[in-house]
Design a protein around this ligand. Structure first.
Ligand code: ZN
Length: 186
């Protein structure tokens, strides 16, 4: 019989890009209110995941000041700045849990948290088979990280109430993930 704990151990909650720049009113590329509103939900999910023996991944854009990415987007998440720090209650949650062995911070150079990072290896070592995705933006970094997980044979679940975006594509992105990556939309 598989217990709830065994299931949780093979799961990771991935929190994508919940930085000041993407969430705070004064952020460089902010999704604003919709992103701020999902913070309590994500904190609850992170607490649950740890309590049940699962893993929490903080995937975070990490750019150099002269990153070529800034030819396409306003500057954001420059390494070591206020803008790159986790927003509000999520920042507090991370400060409390950053030394937990099942809380792992993964800086990422691109939209997809698997691209040029060691996330795949980390999840493999933890025995993770299924990832639950939250964060911003639904149709950009969450979408492409879900794609990255799918390509690596992981089951994907996206928590719709834990995602937000600054575009109008939230709903269509969820539908597209369901269609292309067999993502469970929860
Ligand atoms: Zn970026």
């Amino acid at each position: 019989m598989t217990t709830d704990t065994q299931i949780a151990q093979s799961e990771a909650l991935i929190i994508v890009d919940m930085s000041n720049d993407f969430v705070h009113d004064d952020g460089g590329l902010t999704a604003g209110k919709p992103a701020q509103e999902i913070v309590p939900f994500i904190v609850t999910q992170a607490d649950e995941m740890l309590k049940n023996g699962g893993n929490v991944i903080i995937a975070m854009d990490a750019h150099l000041p002269d990153d070529s990415h800034f030819e396409e987007w306003p500057p954001h998440n420059v390494i070591g700045t206020w803008g790159q720090k986790l927003y509000g209650a999520l920042g507090e949650w991370y400060e409390k849990h950053e030394h937990h062995e099942r809380v792992i911070y993964v800086p990422k150079p691109q939209y997809d948290a698997f691209y040029n990072t060691n996330l795949e290896q980390i999840l493999e070592e933890l025995g993770v088979k299924r990832v639950k995705l939250t964060g911003v933006c639904t149709d950009i970094c969450v979408y492409l990280t879900t794609a990255g997980a799918y390509y690596r044979g992981l089951k994907t679940q996206v928590l719709a109430n834990g995602c937000a975006t600054f575009t109008e594509n939230h709903e269509s992105a969820l539908k597209q993930m369901e269609l292309c990556f067999h993502t469970e939309i929860a």
